[in-house]
Structure formats: structure tokens, C-alpha cells
Design a protein around this ligand. Structure first.
Ligand code: G4F
Length: 340
């Protein structure tokens, strides 16, 4: 009998890579998407797996819908990746963020609690839960101090998982994933925005890019490495929570500079604060400016993981460094531009 996995949020970056990974492990994969959302399976198509997955229409905020789908499929494993995951938007849509990220998980946990079948659940926790708590490496014992409605919603969910594990002995765990990117990353996130817009500038399809806080530091890994960690967590007999990251962090400005280097754009930064800008030395034109529009009411300035527990207990480590990640993203972007 094939093992059955249900992935909520299958249309996102992680959902698509995880589906591909689970298919390679011979799972029967079910993927849920929102009834009212624009049905976009371009990521699944790009990975060549759109016909290998059973897509399920699920309204994750409705208990009846969650109850019906889980009892119909009877999955062995559930990966709850459905979320309002863009931190900046969570300031504009706090209620929607908390509903989608907190109450949806509660629906799943309640169904699991009442189910006779042993179901394992992976919950997508995040480094955004730590906020500006620390400048040091973050591990599973670091205090939470969320700096956005998104971070708050994820802290709540994180504690729900712990509570249901302890109180009802449910097989559930949370992966505290630091930023993870890929060619499938959405354009609203800063890495994809930088790669896409600099590639457009290089190809004379755009003149200028605007960024916000370029001094924030992030610990960026490669999404396909991270979905393997999700699966490994669910294979543990005794479920536990893990920090997943590379252990190295860079500023947004570093990411820009490494991308320019890979694209062979010879650039120089001048000015300070809101007036800082980046100049293309080939023609002396400004290609990057800072805009207040992309600043958040509160930002997380420093995120760096300590993934030692995952290395020891899951035998997992990030295999892709930032330079390789940028190369993968740029090569994909430029192939896309050249095919247009
Ligand atoms: O790419 P970002 O939007 O990702 P952020 O906020 O770190 O969140 C991502 O990673 C989290 C894991 O830590 C996930 F939980 C979350 O769902 C998401 O996947 O922004 C990164 C940094 C921020 O400090 C932001 O202020 O880049 C800064 N930034 C500067 N200019 C910008 C921009 N971010 C965006 N999106 N767009 C800009 O123009």
C-alpha cells in the first residue's frame, strides 16, 4: 500500500517541491488549494508533476471542509503549508493572516484528535517567530519575540502543535524554517524580486529597481533542501521541533552585490539612508534606489540559525550555499527572459 500524504498549500514554492520529493519516495500525493483562489498550478507544471497529484478543493478555515477532506483521504501524513506567508502584507491584513495561519491549523488538529487513524502532522513554523530577540544564532530554545502579525500567528500555531502533542499525544511537529528560496519563489519576496528585476535591467527591459531595508540580514537556503527536512521530521518516532537553516546570514545588500557579480553587472553604491543608490558603472546610470514604500512598520533585522539539532538528530544539513542559490535563480530567470 502506498503511503498517502496531504499537502495544504500545494501551489506554493514549498508545496510544489515537497510534492515532487514525496512522489520520488513513492507516496500518493494529495494537494489542497483554496476554492476561491486563482487556480495556478504553474509551479507544479514547471516541475512536471501536475498530472501526478490529486488536487483537492479545501477551505482550510472551515472546520466542515477540513473534516470532510481528511476523513475522505485518510492520509498518513499531513504537511500544513497553507498560509498567508508574506510578512509585509500581514500588517495590512492581520485578521486574515491570523485566521489562515492559526485557526486553519486548529481545524486540522481537532480532526486529528477525533480520528481513529494515526496521522502525522508537519506544521510550517518560521524564523519570523523570533523577531528581534537576539543577534546571536537562533536555536530551538531561543525566546520568541514576533515583530509582525504574521510572526504572532505563527507563534500561536507553534504553541498549538506543542499543546496537542503533549495533551493528546498527537504525532505532530513544527519545522522552524529560516528563509528558503528557489526559482519557484514568489516575486513579492526580496530574493526573487532582486534576481528578476536585475535580470530585466541587464536585458534593457527595466531601468530601475526600488528596495526597502537593505541592511536586514537573512539566513537564506535552497527550498528543495528544506522540504527534505520536513519529511525527515515526520519520520521520527518521537515527534519534536527543529530549526532548519544554513547557519550563515547576509544582508539584502550582500544578496544584491552577489547577484550583480553573477550577472556581470559592474556596480557601485553611493549615498546614505534613504538616498543610498546603486550605479551601473558601464553607463553611470542609477539602477537601484531606496523607497520608503518597501519599509515595514517593524522589521526583523537579524536572523541566523543554529541548525545543530537537525544535523545531529535528522542527519540533515543545507547543501546549497548562497552563491549557488543565486546562480540557480539567475539562470532560471534569464532562460525565462530569453524565451519570451
Ligand atoms: O523576502 P522577504 O519578504 O522575506 P521575510 O520577510 O524574511 O519572510 C520570508 O521568510 C520567513 C522566514 O524567516 C517566512 F516565514 C516568510 O513566510 C517569508 O517566506 O524580506 C526579507 C527582508 C526583510 O527584512 C525586508 O524588509 O528583505 C527586506 N526588504 C528590503 N527591500 C524587502 C524589500 N522585502 C521585500 N519583500 N521587498 C523589498 O523591496
Amino acid at each position: 500500500m502506498k503511503r498517502k500524504a496531504l499537502i495544504t498549500g500545494i501551489m506554493g514554492q514549498d508545496g510544489a517541491y515537497l510534492a515532487k520529493f514525496l512522489l520520488s519516495k513513492k507516496y500518493k500525493v494529495y494537494g489542497s488549494y483554496r476554492r476561491n483562489s486563482n487556480y495556478e498550478n504553474n509551479r507544479l507544471r514547471k516541475l512536471g508533476i501536475e498530472n501526478k497529484i490529486e488536487l483537492i478543493d479545501l477551505e482550510i478555515n472551515e472546520f466542515a471542509s477540513v473534516n470532510y477532506v481528511i476523513n475522505k483521504i485518510k492520509p498518513d501524513e499531513i504537511y500544513n503549508l497553507a498560509a498567508m506567508s508574506f510578512v509585509a502584507s500581514s500588517f495590512e491584513q492581520p485578521l486574515y493572516t491570523i485566521h489562515t495561519n492559526f485557526f486553519a491549523l486548529l481545524n486540522i488538529l481537532e480532526v486529528m484528535k477525533n480520528s481513529k487513524k494515526k496521522i502525522s502532522l508537519y506544521q510550517a513554523s518560521t524564523s519570523e517567530m523570533f523577531g528581534n530577540e537576539t543577534q546571536k544564532s537562533i536555536d530551538e530554545n531561543t525566546n520568541f519575540d514576533p515583530a509582525s502579525p504574521y510572526g504572532v500567528s505563527k507563534v500561536g500555531s507553534h504553541y498549538l502543535v506543542k499543546l496537542y502533542r503533549k495533551a493528546y499525544n498527537l504525532h505532530c511537529c513544527s519545522g522552524i524554517l529560516f528563509n528558503h528560496e528557489s526559482p519557484l519563489r514568489g516575486e513579492e519576496f526580496v530574493t526573487k524580486k532582486i534576481v528578476k528585476q536585475l535580470s530585466e535591467i541587464l536585458n534593457n527591459k527595466r531601468k530601475i529597481m526600488y528596495l526597502g531595508n537593505i541592511y536586514a540580514k537573512r539566513d537564506w537556503g535552497f527550498a528543495p533542501d528544506y522540504v527534505e527536512a520536513m519529511w525527515k521530521m515526520l519520520q521520527l518516532k518521537k515527534k519534536d521541533d527543529f530549526v532548519i537553516g544554513t547557519g550563515i546570514c547576509y544582508t539584502i545588500k550582500d544578496f544584491v552585490n552577489l547577484t550583480c557579480k553573477y550577472l556581470k553587472l559592474n556596480t557601485k553604491w553611493v549615498g546614505k539612508g534613504i538616498n543610498e543608490k546603486c550605479i551601473n558603472l558601464k553607463n553611470n546610470k542609477t539602477i537601484i534606489k531606496i523607497s520608503k514604500k518597501f519599509y515595514r512598520p517593524l522589521d526583523v533585522n537579524h536572523l541566523k540559525s543554529n541548525p545543530a539539532k537537525a544535523k545531529k538528530q535528522l542527519n540533515w544539513k543545507a547543501n546549497t550555499n548562497l552563491k549557488t542559490l543565486i546562480k540557480k535563480m539567475c539562470d532560471d530567470q534569464n532562460l525565462f527572459i530569453s524565451l519570451k
